[in-house]
Design a protein around this ligand. Sequence first.
Ligand SMILES: [Zn+2]
Length: 309
Amino acid sequence: MRYESAIDVTAIEAVDTHVHLEQDSAGRRALPQLFFDASAKYFKTDERTPSVDRIAELYRQHRMAAVVFTVDARTQMKHEPNSIDDLVEGCLRNNDVLLPFGSVDPRLGSAAIPEARRQAEDLGVRGFKFHPTVQGFDPSDEQYYPLWETLQEFGVPLVFHTGQNGMGAGTPGGAGLKLRYSNPLLLDDVAADFPGLPIIMAHPSVPWQDEAISIATHKSNVFIDLSGWSPKYFPEALVRSANNILSRKLLFGTDYPLISPNKWLNAFAALPIKDEVRPRILKDNAVELLGLGQPGAGTAARNHGASDA
Ligand SMILES: [Zn+2]
C-alpha cells in the first residue's frame, strides 16, 4: 500500500493543513486517555475522535482537502499511538480529499530514521508532524540533526506544534509537559541549518507570536499554519502581516476535531484580511507547498527552499 493523491485542486475551495486523526480502526488512540479528557474540556468539543472516513465525509461536504496526521510520542507518553499505516490506508481510501502526514518519535534516536524513511518511501506520506512539547524534545538539539538531514531528502514539509498547548492543560504540572520546547525560536535553528527543509510552525505561537512572525519573514523555508485558535483571537500583528509580508507564508488550518471548519471559517470571514489574500491563505499557499498542483510528492516544497520569497 502506497498513498497516491487524487485531489483535484480545481474541485476544492480550501486546504485545511492541520487535522488530527486520533484513533485507528483497532480503537488505539494517539495519546493516553487523560489527555483527551483535559483537551476536550479546554476546547469544549463534542466529537473528540472521529474516524478517518467521517473526517473525509465532512471535508468532502465542504469541498475542501485536509492534511491528516497523528503524533508518535511513545517515549514520553509511554503509550503506543494509533497506527500510521492505518492512517495512510484511510487517506488512500479517501484520496480525493485527504493527504496523510507521517510521524516518528525523535527520542527513538537512530531507530527513528529507518521508520521515517519507511513512511516516506513505502507509505508515501506527504509530510511529517512533530509536537516538541508532547514528544518531549528540543528540535534545535543537534542529537536530532541526523533525522532532519534524512527528512530533508524527501522534500516534504515538517509541521511542528508551537506555543501554548491544550494537552495536559489545567492538570498539576500540565501533566509534566514543557512549553519551552514549543518556542518557535528553536525551529529557527533547524530552518537555518536545513535550508532545504520546509517547516510549518503550527498555530499562532502564543506567547511567542512576534518570534514566529520574524522567523517566517526571515526564512523562505518557514511557514505558519493558523490552526488551533479561533481567528477571533488572532493577535493584531499576525493579521497585519497576513495582509503584506506573510501573505504567501500563512496556511489555513483548524486543528479539527478541536475546532470545526465552520467555526474557523466564520471567524476568519470577519477578520480585516484583503480579498486577494484570502484565497492564498485558504488554498493557494498550501497547494504550492504540498505540491498538490503537480504529479509527484513535494516538488513545489523542494523548490521552496531554494527560492528567495
Ligand atoms: Zn494540532
